[in-house]
Ligand binder design. Sequence first.
Ligand SMILES: Nc1nc2c(ncn2[C@@H]2O[C@H](COP(=O)(O)OP(=O)(O)OP(=O)(O)O)[C@@H](O)[C@H]2O)c(=O)[nH]1
Ligand SMILES: [Mg+2]
Length: 309
Amino acid sequence: MEDQKTRNWDLDGIDSISESTSNDKHSASEQESQIPIAPLIDPNAINTGAILGPVVIFYGPRQVGKTVTLIRISKFVKKNAGINIRVNPGFRTDNAYPTTINTFNELLDKENKYSPQRTGNIDFLLLDYYENGKLYCQLLEAPGEHFFDENDQREPNKPYVAYFENIRLRDYKKVYVLFFEDNMFGNPDLRERYASKAATLINSLNPKRDRVLVLYNKVDEIPAITVRGKANVETLKNHIFSNPEYNEFKVAIKKSSLKHIYFVPFSSGSFPEIQGSDKVRWVLGLDDYPKIFWSSIRSSLDKKWRLFG
Ligand SMILES: Nc1nc2c(ncn2[C@@H]2O[C@H](COP(=O)(O)OP(=O)(O)OP(=O)(O)O)[C@@H](O)[C@H]2O)c(=O)[nH]1
Ligand SMILES: [Mg+2]
């Protein structure tokens, strides 16, 4: 695995995410002074053989909300869609993976009080979604810099890490969920470079086995595309396509022979800051967003591609 020096993989992160930590033993200043340095993951500890497909890949940079979305959609499908969820136990063989599994399971079952602000220990995992006892699909979340590293000047041309290349080339069915948010990176140049990398990905896909879903996250923060609290898909599309920074992305989408590309506005809720604390409360949003996201995933996973289906 290359260049993980800035990885925000904080194994103490659980302190800020579980309810049991409301008597947090760290003061805010202590927490701020902790500079989370990621442990390097040995590439040999990543077992892509655990991916049988179809796999839904959460593709997006750091902090765009992949982990929070993973938790939100998982809570929704578990409660409303009869899906049984298991963190795939064989995806990583490093010593930190059991903590990842426990943290995810804890977040899935508990009512979250705090936003998983330091989601480091649940940043890299494979979920198995079972329906009627059969594996329906898998969801992969990986650290943002594995897709686009805003700290690396080579972007958008930085090569992907080896395990992701391996997944990309495999024949199982894949749905790439391309994450965007408003004012991404707070930097137009980075937005353009990220969109360019996403465009290159789209151009490289195989319409026979690949699907794309564009997820525009944190729409709770964009009154311009929400009407009566709900985001409108056409407004969202215009919002993306009218942005010159996303021109290359727009061209790739328009030229693509991929089957239907879904545009999904998304919000996991709202995240009000708690005064005097470095924590952010997570007020779970309405089910509308995960409902639409889930039905778009299902539609993307055409029946004939379903494993055992
Ligand atoms: N307003 C708003 N904020 C959100 C939403 N989802 C996530 N966030 C915020 O974004 C932060 C980052 O979310 P993560 O899910 O950790 O981001 P990530 O993409 O997994 O980041 P990496 O694991 O570093 O690649 C969270 O701590 C939340 O404060 C949302 O729906 N709305
Ligand atoms: Mg994450």
